[in-house]
Design a protein around this ligand. Structure first.
Ligand SMILES: NC(=O)C1=CN([C@@H]2O[C@H](COP(=O)(O)OP(=O)(O)OC[C@H]3O[C@@H](n4cnc5c(N)ncnc54)[C@H](OP(=O)(O)O)[C@@H]3O)[C@@H](O)[C@H]2O)C=CC1
Ligand SMILES: O=C1O[C@H](COP(=O)(O)O)[C@@H](O)[C@H](O)[C@H]1O
Length: 496
């Protein structure tokens, strides 16, 4: 029988009235409770300025869980573990009262002084909160204390360093859990297993057999309500600096010598160190950007980015990025990793396509153009699984080949979707497993890679809008691959 380890802790959510807490965190904590991963020995304290009572807070938590999860039972029991403590986090005196509340809850719920401080707030507050938690004695409890930090971790390398120094003045690196929610996705975690648990892939996983790797993360949604953040961020900082580079490092890393946090992180860090740096003056050779104009997404007419609420009518912010990333190491020299991500694209989908090199001579296709390279497709979302594209004999013909697909669908295993990334990451954090969180070195190396690109783009006005909402991005993204003799493999559902 499997024994589930049930961690005990008080979780303090700074930014408890915000979008992230409501859409992701409360439903995830509920799923942990519903699935028996946490028992009765936990409490959640919400912090924000709004003058809510415990009752109003609990009603909000209940409604966000109901919105996210259809069959939600025992909600009253669940929300009875929630407490609300209103204050402005910049006001030092309020931390005294928070400390007393946490001590009381430790006693009431027998949480042994274990605490998670989850900063679901704008990064400008991270340093103040971390240092106040230290100065007012909230982190020295006799139990363990962990600080979870949301992205964005800085705006560039310099601001990320400053932020890191502020946080490190109060917390040790081992106590800091920098969330990249892509690392909580089932199939992103599966990359490592698919690669290193299969001899047929691992032996071919290098520049002798792979011609290129393509990672597409497309979104059909636009900027929604987040223009004030996104205008300053753009797709490069919002998606590439973190999620896309994390996927690159998992695809490219060497096998870890042990499955420990340190060993896995250390292999990922080596990949980031081997990224070929791009100088400002050569950005256009490797990267293209785009911004959506009006168009039609899934049959619905939508505005262009510049017409969205709180967006500048001459905005120079990119909503799409495509890039060619080179990794200058023994395994990957000469193999481009192409990435593309954007908002208001044709559909919501994240997929990785590994394209294998052609065999030297293929007698089984009459015409060279029919020859299909072998592809391994890793479906990250919305469907989860892998598809291997091979060639086999066409039924009842002579020796003529036809492409076939072998598919494995992860969703089908227990008839349920795999749990939300946040649920897994929160549980990992409670267990003290930081493997799927980003180390400071990864954050710093990723910023060092993207900074010259954002600097170059800040200096010139993009020729925007340059792709229609509902398309797969600007033409320049196709040209980026065409120059190398490749093309994007379609990532629509027909291609599974
Ligand atoms: N939303 C999302 O999908 C994602 C968000 N993130 C990141 O998560 C963080 C939070 O984002 P999100 O929830 O969208 O932001 P919101 O603007 O929706 O929420 C911000 C929260 O901070 C509180 N707050 C603001 N100022 C103070 C203050 N001085 N003292 C106490 N509380 C304060 C607000 O409550 P009140 O007004 O009541 O004080 C609110 O609860 C950001 O860093 C964001 O980049 C990352 C990935 C995805
Ligand atoms: O971090 C972010 O990710 C989401 C996309 O996440 P997904 O899990 O839905 O693929 C993106 O919409 C958002 O802009 C960005 O901040």
């Amino acid at each position: 029988m499997n024994t589930v380890h049930m961690p005990k802790a008080v979780v303090v959510i700074f930014g408890a009235t915000g979008d992230l807490a409501k859409r992701k965190l409360y439903p995830s904590i509920y799923r942990l409770y519903q699935n028996g991963k946490i028992g009765e020995e936990f409490a959640v304290v919400g912090v924000a300025r709004r003058q809510w009572t415990n009752e109003v807070f609990r009603e909000n938590v209940e409604s966000s869980v109901r919105k996210a999860i259809s069959c939600s039972e025992k909600l009253h029991d669940f929300t009875s573990h929630f407490y609300y403590h209103p204050f402005d986090v910049t006001n030092p005196s309020s931390y005294h009262d928070l400390r007393s509340l946490l001590n009381d809850l430790d006693g009431k719920y027998k949480t042994e002084g274990n605490r998670i401080f989850y900063l679901a707030m704008a990064p400008e507050f991270f340093g103040t909160i971390a240092n106040s938690l230290k100065d007012y004695g909230l982190k020295d409890t006799g139990g363990w204390t962990r600080l979870v930090i949301e992205k964005p971790f800085g705006h560039d390398l310099a601001s990320a360093k400053k932020l890191n120094e502020e946080i490190r003045a109060a917390f040790d690196e081992e106590q800091i859990y920098r969330i990249d929610h892509y690392l909580g996705k089932e199939m992103v975690q599966n990359i490592e297993v698919i690669r290193f648990a299969n001899a047929i892939f691992e032996h071919l996983w290098n520049n002798r057999f792979i011609s290129n790797i393509q990672i597409t993360s497309s979104e059909s949604l636009g900027v929604e309500e987040r223009a004030s953040y996104y205008e300053k961020s753009g797709a490069l900082r919002d998606m590439v600096q973190n999620h896309m580079l994390q996927m690159v490092s998992l695809l490219a890393m060497e096998p870890p010598i042990k499955l420990t946090t340190e060993e896995i992180r250390s292999e990922k860090i080596k990949v980031l160190r081997a990224l070929r740096p791009i100088k400002e003056e050569e950005v256009s050779k490797y990267f293209v950007r785009g911004q959506y104009g009006k168009g039609t997404v899934k049959g619905e007419k939508v505005k262009g980015y510049r017409e969205e609420t709180n967006v500048d009518e001459k905005s120079n912010t990119e909503t799409f990025v495509a890039g060619k990333i080179m990794i200058d190491n023994y395994r990957w020299a000469g193999v481009p990793f192409y990435i593309r991500t954007g908002k208001r694209m044709a559909e919501k989908s994240t997929k990785i396509v590994v394209e294998f090199k052609d065999i030297p001579m293929n007698l089984y296709f009459k015409n060279k153009d029919e020859n299909r390279p072998n592809l391994l497709i890793i479906h990250i979302q919305p469907d989860e699984g892998i598809t291997l594209h091979l060639n086999a004999k066409k039924v009842r013909t002579g020796s003529i080949a036809t492409p076939i697909k072998l598919s494995y669908n992860n969703n089908g295993i227990d008839g349920m979707n795999t749990p939300e990334a946040y649920e897994k990451l929160l549980y990992d954090c409670m267990l003290g497993d930081a493997t799927n969180f980003t180390h400071w070195d990864e954050v710093a190396l990723s910023w060092a890679y993207v900074d010259p690109i954002s600097n170059a783009w800040a200096k010139e006005n993009g020729d925007f809008p340059n792709y229609k909402a509902g398309s797969m991005g600007p033409k320049a993204a196709d040209e980026l691959l065409a120059k190398d003799g490749f093309h994007w493999w379609p990532v629509t559902n027909d291609e599974k």
